[in-house]
Design a protein around this ligand. Structure first.
Ligand code: ADP
Ligand code: MG
Length: 256
């Protein structure tokens, strides 16, 4: 039975997709069977995994609308050695079209149930909004990974996300919990980064992952080659950090 995790934060540009793609590749290096679900109509995770979003026959859009199952829509990331349930712009329409469907917030959960036993990890890259798409991710998941930058405004908006997670836990998915806050794009030379980082540790204790992801240009370059950073330059600091984070997650699920 796969453990399912959403990578969520309603802010854009905080490292959700970079984390989803590189944690997937890092876990694959650790011999874990991984499905990466792209729940963002921008399709950045799909492209970052090396899949051409323009030529998809099926995507997560058809899956959410019940027109295809996951087995028919998934694509292999040869570069990353994991499976991808890909997305493209079509997905933006699903937000509206799902509203009238029954079980509209559980469409992803129901679809993933069919492939649950084929994977150790299913990672869901969420869009930058607390939308019906994100709600589908939260309803399907055992937990949430929240990437955040250690900057002054990092905590702003976090309470909205935490409240949403609490509401989903109370009303829709009692399995759901915050697995942890992941410090990303970290610059140890900045005093502010250090300060915010230790504030996070004080407030959130063991809800802050031990692994810290540094700012590393190789992680930013990799998507343009359609190769996860972890594979693109395995010896880079960014790649090493995501592999370490994979190992931390493998340990973490043992106690879940
Ligand atoms: P989101 O999915 O939350 O919008 P992304 O993962 O797309 O965020 O990241 C936003 C931008 O920051 C991208 O250009 C990405 O390449 C870059 N980026 C993310 N993480 C890092 C990192 N650790 N080091 C350097 N650049 C990063
Ligand atoms: Mg993204």
């Amino acid at each position: 039975m796969a453990k399912i995790f959403c990578v969520a934060n309603q802010k854009g540009g905080v490292g959700k997709t970079t984390t989803s793609v590189n944690l997937s590749a890092g876990l694959a290096k650790l011999e874990q069977r991984v499905l990466l679900v792209d729940l963002d109509p921008q399709g950045n995770a799909t492209m970052g995994a090396g899949i051409n979003k323009a030529t998809l026959e099926n995507s997560i859009y058809q899956v959410l609308l019940g027109e295809a199952d996951v087995a028919a829509a998934k694509v292999r990331s040869e570069a990353g050695r994991f499976d991808v349930l890909p997305a493209n712009r079509e997905l933006a329409g699903a937000e509206v079209e799902m509203v009238s469907l029954e079980n509209r917030e559980r469409r992803l959960k129901d679809a993933l149930a069919a492939v649950d036993k084929d994977y150790d990890f299913i990672l869901v890259d969420c869009p930058p909004a607390l939308s019906l798409l994100t709600l589908n991710g939260l309803c399907a998941a055992h937990g949430v990974i929240i990437p955040m930058q250690c900057e002054y405004y990092a905590l702003e908006g976090l309470s909205d996300l935490v409240n949403t997670i609490k509401k989903v836990h109370a009303n829709l998915n009692t399995d759901l919990r915050i697995i942890g806050l992941l410090r990303v794009m970290f610059d140890p030379r900045m005093t502010l980064s250090q300060q915010v980082s230790s504030q996070l540790e004080q407030h959130f204790g063991d809800k802050v992952f031990k692994t810290i992801i540094p700012r590393n240009v190789r992680l930013a370059e990799a998507p343009s080659y359609g190769i996860p950073g972890v594979v693109f330059d395995p010896s880079s600091k960014g790649a090493q950090a995501y592999i370490a984070f994979g190992a931390e997650m493998v340990e973490r699920i043992k106690t879940m």
